[in-house]
Design a binder for this molecule. Structure first.
Ligand code: SAM
Length: 255
């Protein structure tokens, strides 16, 4: 990606602040999520002081998912969104929780099975860049705090567009850019000192949380991501800033 956060297409990409060959990023990201999988849910609540639940609730509201729908939650990790979608689509619907990382997927699958959420659920190990589903399969696709970690984001957006049904919605929930200088200062201080410290104390891993802070700063800003969605084929694109732009929810529709 460039400074604007767009894809670089020169054979290299960012892993946090480091420039790495594109073919190495996937393995580096895998290392992060293998390491944090077992403490992921606790850390999410701690780091966001529970606010990630509100961001995800808004995502569910904007999805317009209804009983009988087919939904893909890609990079779904421990299944926060998939769990809610499973309840909404009901017995006549279908929810696929997909993730590239087997540790995250295992934690998500075990958690949902323990909570009795199984009937309409499928668990698939898949890379967002090349989704293993036929064209026009899903009414809705969500990718929540996942796109930032994908090596080729343009390929992932095109792949998501392909497997959506015409009229289907993509929702991208992701960290984004604040436009308030005071908030940005406080957020930077929090991200680069407190986050790695919390990661060390709770997950025994400060480096993964340093990567988290860096990867957020390198992610495309709101306008750039909206442009990338349009280029990938989406129409009626919009975004909503939440918590002062710390997080943005982008929406796009497959024509
Ligand atoms: C920060 S977690 C988000 C989990 C969950 N969606 C949530 O909001 O809590 C990011 C997830 O993206 C997954 N991921 C990273 N690269 C991916 C890719 N290329 N394809 C699919 N999943 C990917 C990781 O394995 C990890 O589970």
């Amino acid at each position: 990606m460039t400074d604007s956060g767009k894809q670089k297409h020169d054979g290299t990409t960012h892993f946090g602040y480091r420039d790495v060959p594109e073919n190495e990023k996937e393995g580096l990201v895998a290392g992060v999520f293998h390491s944090v999988a077992s403490s992921y849910d606790v850390m999410n609540d701690l780091m966001s002081m529970g606010v990630h639940r509100l961001w995800k609730r808004f995502t569910i509201e904007l999805s317009a998912v209804r009983p009988g729908h087919a939904v893909l939650d890609i990079a779904g990790g421990t299944g926060d969104l998939a769990k809610q979608f499973s309840r909404i689509v009901g017995d006549g619907g279908r929810v696929v929780l997909a993730d590239i990382n087997e540790s995250m997927l295992r934690v998500g699958r075990d958690r949902l099975i323990d909570q009795g959420i199984v009937g309409n659920m499928e668990f698939v190990q898949a890379n967002a860049e090349c989704l293993p589903f036929p064209d026009n399969t899903f009414d809705c696709i969500t990718i929540s705090f996942g796109l930032r970690n994908v090596t080729d984001k343009d390929a992932a957006l095109r792949s998501m567009c392909r497997v959506l049904k015409p009229g289907g919605r993509l929702l991208v929930l992701e960290f984004s850019k604040t436009n308030n200088p005071l908030l940005t200062k406080a957020y930077d201080a929090y991200s680069f000192s407190l986050l790695p410290m919390m990661g060390k104390l709770v997950a025994g891993d400060s480096e993964s949380y340093q990567y988290l802070a860096e990867s957020i700063r390198m992610h495309p800003d709101q306008e750039t991501l909206e442009g990338m969605m349009k280029e990938a084929g989406f129409v009626n694109t919009t975004y909503h800033n939440m918590t002062g732009g710390i997080v943005a929810l982008h929406k796009g529709v497959k024509p």
